[in-house]
Design a binder for this molecule. Sequence first.
Ligand SMILES: [Fe+2]
Length: 591
Amino acid sequence: MRFLVVIGTLVWAQSLQTAFVGGVTSTSAQLQVLGPGGASVTAECSSSPMFSGAQSQSFTLSGEGFGRVAFTGLTPTTRYYWRVYRAGIDTLRGSFRTFPTDTARLYLKFAFGSCQAFGYTAPSSEPIFQVMAQDSPWLFLQCGDWGYPDLRHDRLPQDSTTFAQWWDTIVASYYARYQGADIQQIFRICPVDYIYDDHDYINDNASGTTMPHISDTLIREFRFPPHARRNVIRAYAEFFPHYALPDTSQGIYHRIRLGNVEIFMCDNRSSRSPDLNAIQWRGDTGFFITPPGHTMLGSAQLQWLLDGLRTSTATWKFVVTGVAFNRGYRQMLQALSGNYTIQRQCALPGLGNGAMLLAGLTDTWASFAAEQDSILSYCRRHGIRNVIWLSSDSHTSAIDDGTNAGFPELMAGNLRQRNSQLAWLMDNAGSLLPAFCPQANLSQNFSVWNAGGQGLGNSNFNDAYGKVEVFGDDSVRLSIIDVNGTRIASLTLRSGQAAALYPTHSLPAERLRLYPSPAQKEVFVEIDPSLIEKPTPLYLTDALGKVLERRTAKPGREIKMHFSLESLPAGLYYIVVWTEKAPYVRSFLKE
Ligand SMILES: [Fe+2]
């Protein structure tokens, strides 16, 4: 099968195939070219469509057919025209705008999305790109699953083969991506940035070292060969016109500055802990308990993100991760956790049994609860405003203003994949779960996406993309646009409104002390008496915020309380002191 892929690439590679621009700044751009291996080509760039005074560079494509050239010294906020040619043989053309300077305050718009349904054959029809190109965005962010090269080579649970362990197979996946028929319309008018997600990295829901197999008979992680991960990172650096990559040993995360906007493109795969570490099994029943150190970004990337958000001079800060940030998903993890009936006795249409749904949801941010909360509380503590999350991956699209998600979030994950209807399902789980599994006695309502989306007040499950419009320093509008150009949902956020909504409040360590942590049999809480002016409730909660014990702290000269932990499973817990002014929180681990 792999032999045929290589033959196929030799047959087509007779002419210049494609070219597009990436890594654009206010003064520079990179042109990526794909054509016949070893061909000599010339690239030109000019602010004139007639190419007067053009920058010109000649170079040779690699044996695999890739080449890249940088244009520098460009003028900000200017449309530039590029062409690449072999003299007397063939020419490709396009244009792009250089980005505004950091201090410019303009109307800007960019597009993003994920999940294009092809493998090694370039897709012939992706009509969403025609709609997107008509809108002429400044930038298109491909947020992952730019094809599914993993599916052909997925042999789990027999063995942990992945497409990424062979270099030529990865090369073939890039050939297919770059030759899609309709994406050429985007390539011709705006720059592209890209970060892989699970399927174009290793496999469905993969981590830095493993990939899970999830079926009704087996749920477990399998290790893949470490060189597969290194191959994928190397291929990205060689074949994609990328921004500066701070640390390729930790992945391909990077940042983009576009006027008063900064975009943090996070690699949510290559430093991730195995998803299924967040499930502890007792017999056939899975319990959602995140172990200490459970991470999606890895410590280096997390620090890079937090520092970047704090020091960014941009008005608007967008964080991109493949998977949904929405903190509201914890409600579902909690409902499924430890529930044998729904996990093993009920099948949910299209999702398998409840254990499979629980395992699948461990791929989202809600399952990385401590890291998620650390990002929210960091932004809160440092007064970082206007942070907006963009996510993809889940084959459907929806918006939340931050009430459920933690940050305002636009999820857009179905450029071409069949709609999963997951947003609709999550928001309606309160009635759907009892319908499909009456014996589980679930009577909870779920609120997840409060600002519309696919299936939320409509039945539009068409292909869609996420559109972000920035109105200077005033406001941002987040929209979901379908393949007919219909705006399915939108949300406008004014500056200052888009803060981390999760109510944590910082307090000097000595005013609320909790020890020991990690704890085993018991934990002690010491509260500064000046915090407690009248009887004040104090809660012990689990990682999901479920109250396990309620006490009252009474005013006094010394306030010290003691909680027995002997009946609690290992995991992350919180002590919340709910004063008149604010709730104060301390976390600890039980071992
Ligand atoms: Fe996908």
